[in-house]
Structures are given as structure tokens and as C-alpha cells.
Design a protein. Structure first.
Length: 267
């Protein structure tokens, strides 16, 4: 079972891969357009961001809500044994190809680990543990093997397990649970809504008013919470909630969060 710290970004031990590998286009999230595999002009020689404390004001909000789930340091320090792509340019192409695969596998590990920790997951805990072990072994493969991993196929099996864990966790919630999987709830007026045990997987909640809403035991995996207003909302037992979802949303000291996550500094 991976340690929680292994599933969180450790930028000090990464070679700035999230600032190089992904492409992004000038938009509300990024001030410039950058092709994949090209270093962001704000990336310094020591792999630090030159505007880290000014990302939002400089137009790079997208960077503030990105989460690699620990893929950056794993690729940098484990897969490539601490070889910096700048100092060993022959590794760059392979490293850049491996990073997205590792990021996806680490994300799956995060969700699987959370599912395994749920008391209600007892009936499927053996399956979860086996899948965690298998996924972690994938992350320790050589660059050549990692590049060929069929993440899409693996994700299909993992998603089935996660959905079962979600069903077990939400089964004790009384009453009929709302099913809004993939729903367009952009700007929705949900102030004070009872969304306890709701299925909100992949829902678009951009700019939604969720003030005072009850989201306990709601499955929010993949839900887009950009600019959603979570002031006073109760997310203490929300399923599969991740830090980057909170970082993208709005909230304050009255927002109730799981102990494993932290209140964004800008709230």
C-alpha cells in the first residue's frame, strides 16, 4: 500500500515535468500557449517556477489546480534514477513520454487507496488490495515498459472497483440518492441542497452555488468544481474528493473538509 506522501506532489524532487510535458492554450486558465514538450518560460534552471507565488495574478490559474499525484518525483527519482533531462538530454524524450502514463497510474492509486480505507469496502477489500499492488508494480517498470502500458484498459477495470466501493459507501445514506453522473450543472443554484450520497461522478459544477450544501458521502470523482461556491458546504465524508478540486473552487473557514485535505490558502 503506497504511503499518502507518495501520492502527493513533491516539487523539490521533480525536474519540473508538469511545466514541460503538457501542452496548454492561451485561455482563462493560461496566459500563453505552450506546445507539449516545451518548457514554460517561467521554469527556472533549478526546476522551480519563477512566478510560483504570482501564478493567479499572472494568468496561470491552471497551474495552481494541477495535481500530478506524485508522478513527477517518481519519474524523476525512481524511473530515471535522478537523471535531470536537462543534464542528460538523451533521456528527455523518454521521460516526457513516461510522465503522462505515470500521472494516470498514480491518480488511480490515489483513488484505490482511498477506496480501500473505507470501512464499507470490506466485501471488496481483497480485490482493491490486489489492484493496488498490481498498479504500483506498473509504476516501477522501466521506461520502455511504462510507455507501452494500456492505461485506458487498466482504468476500465479500476473504475468498476471504484464504483462498487462508492455504492457500498453510499448504501447507508437514507432515502433516494440523486444520480447526476456527468450532468451539466454549470452555474446551478444548489444552495443548501441535500446532495448526501449523490452520484456526481464527472459532473460539471463550474460556478455552481453550493453554499451550505450537504455533500457528505457524495461521490465527486472527476467532478469539475472550478469556481463552485463551497462556503458553508459539508464535504467531510465526500468520496474521492481531491485537493485540486478544492483549489479550483471557492470556500471559506465555514467549509467542512475531510481531515486528509487542507483549506486552500486563498480561501
Amino acid at each position: 500500500m503506497p504511503a499518502p506522501s507518495a501520492l502527493r506532489a513533491d516539487c523539490e524532487n521533480c525536474f519540473g515535468l508538469c511545466c514541460v510535458v503538457p501542452a496548454f492554450a492561451a485561455s482563462a486558465d493560461f496566459a500563453i500557449t505552450k506546445p507539449a514538450g516545451q518548457a514554460c518560460p517561467n521554469l527556472l534552471a533549478d526546476s522551480r517556477c519563477g512566478i510560483h507565488d504570482k501564478l493567479r495574478t499572472k494568468g496561470f490559474t491552471g497551474c495552481t489546480v494541477y495535481d500530478c499525484f506524485g508522478a513527477g518525483q517518481k519519474v524523476s527519482q525512481v524511473t530515471f534514477d535522478g537523471k535531470d533531462w536537462r543534464k542528460a538530454p538523451m533521456t528527455a524524450k523518454s521521460m516526457f513520454a513516461v510522465f503522462p502514463v505515470m500521472r494516470d497510474l498514480q491518480e488511480l492509486l490515489y483513488y484505490l487507496t482511498e477506496a480501500a480505507a473505507l470501512p464499507t469496502s470490506a466485501p471488496i477489500r481483497d480485490d482493491l488490495t490486489e489492484t493496488i499492488d498490481r498498479t504500483e508494480r506498473m509504476t516501477l517498470e522501466t521506461p520502455d515498459v511504462l510507455r507501452k502500458v494500456d492505461v485506458h484498459a487498466h482504468r476500465g477495470g479500476v473504475n468498476g472497483l471504484l464504483l462498487r466501493a462508492s455504492e457500498l459507501a453510499r448504501a447507508d445514506v437514507p432515502g433516494k440518492k440523486k444520480d447526476r453522473r456527468g450532468a451539466d450543472l454549470i452555474g446551478a443554484k444548489l444552495k443548501g441542497a441535500n446532495l448526501r450520497g449523490a452520484l456526481l461522478r464527472g459532473a460539471y459544477l463550474i460556478g455552481a452555488d453550493l453554499r451550505g450544501a450537504d455533500l457528505r458521502q457524495a461521490d465527486v470523482i472527476g467532478a469539475d468544481l472550478r469556481d463552485a461556491d463551497l462556503r458553508g458546504a459539508d464535504l467531510r465524508d465526500a468520496l474521492f474528493l481531491i485537493q485540486s478540486q478544492l483549489d479550483a473552487a471557492k470556500g471559506d473557514a465555514t467549509t467542512k473538509l475531510p481531515e486528509s485535505l487542507s483549506c486552500p490558502a486563498r480561501w
